[in-house]
Design a protein around this ligand. Structure first.
Ligand SMILES: Cc1cc2nc3c(=O)[nH]c(=O)nc-3n(C[C@H](O)[C@H](O)[C@H](O)COP(=O)(O)O)c2cc1C
Length: 241
């Protein structure tokens, strides 16, 4: 099988071709996923955007941490990490910019939070509502063990205080980049995950980034179809022991 090689070759930009843009450059897709208003919503406290560990100390200290303590995590730390991952840093008349860069400013990555053990939160699958820095509960229940099983049995996802799962809404990026969008969504997710990892260190937490998982099983946990929206990356986060 050579589909990876084929993809790399076929999605190259050359001076002759930008790979064919989508026909309809009008009708820009919405940049945020929304859920029905009757779902339970939890507004998170405003993150502290000025303090924290010096950047170079966080870079020096970051390590993939896979063993976590069992005490419930203060919600302030969840708020800090989520904002670092995808929070809004600049709002203009036409656009909102976030902590991480995104190809074309299209922000195709959605953030889900699988909470295992955070003060004041029921275990469940939540969706991060970027513009209002809030979580919406989309599935109540303990999904940590299921997520670990979906990740080839990696127990850190069961033991973490919470896990972030990132999906790509591919049409949001294809609207401008067509097939090259499949390159960009992974790059976007990498930026987000690194922000997450550094913020975790700054909050006295540890994280591990996870790329090994059964895609459809993770899609099912976060409730996405695997075609228009599919899981691409995860991070487990907790207090290292
Ligand atoms: C794309 C990607 C996927 C990864 N997937 C996993 C994973 O599924 N399980 C895991 O334990 N670590 C995973 N890691 C973490 C790496 O094993 C780790 O970053 C590497 O060993 C270097 O160690 P460090 O992060 O402590 O510097 C992944 C890292 C990246 C960047």
């Amino acid at each position: 099988m050579t589909y990876g090689d084929d993809f790399q070759r076929l999605s190259k930009y050359s001076r002759d071709s930008l790979g064919g843009r989508s026909p309809g450059l009008h009708g820009k897709p919405p940049l945020y996923k929304t859920y029905p208003p009757d779902l339970e919503r939890f507004e998170l406290e405003k993150p502290d955007r000025s303090g924290g560990m010096p950047l170079y100390s966080a870079l020096q200290q970051r390590r993939s941490e896979r063993n976590y303590g069992k005490t419930a995590l203060p919600v302030s730390k969840l708020s800090q990490v989520l904002w670092a991952a995808q929070g809004v840093t600049l709002s203009t008349e036409y656009h909102q910019f976030r902590t991480a860069p995104s190809a074309g400013g299209l922000f195709p990555i959605e953030t889900y939070c699988v909470i295992n053990n955070v003060e004041g939160f029921k275990p469940g699958v939540y969706h991060y509502q970027v513009p209002i820095h809030a979580l919406v509960l989309i599935r109540e229940g303990s999904f940590g063990t299921g997520l670990a099983r979906a990740a080839l049995g990696q127990k850190m996802l069961r033991d973490a205080s919470f896990n972030l799962v990132w999906s790509a809404m591919i049409d949001r990026s294809k609207w401008k980049y067509d097939q090259r969008a499949y390159r960009y969504v992974y790059l976007d997710a990498g930026h987000i995950a690194q922000n997450t990892a550094l913020a975790a260190v700054s909050c006295g937490l540890g994280s591990c980034q996870v790329g090994a998982f059964f895609d459809r099983e993770v899609d099912e946990i976060i409730g996405v179809d695997g075609e228009k929206e599919f899981s691409i990356y995860m991070s487990s986060i907790g207090k290292p022991v």
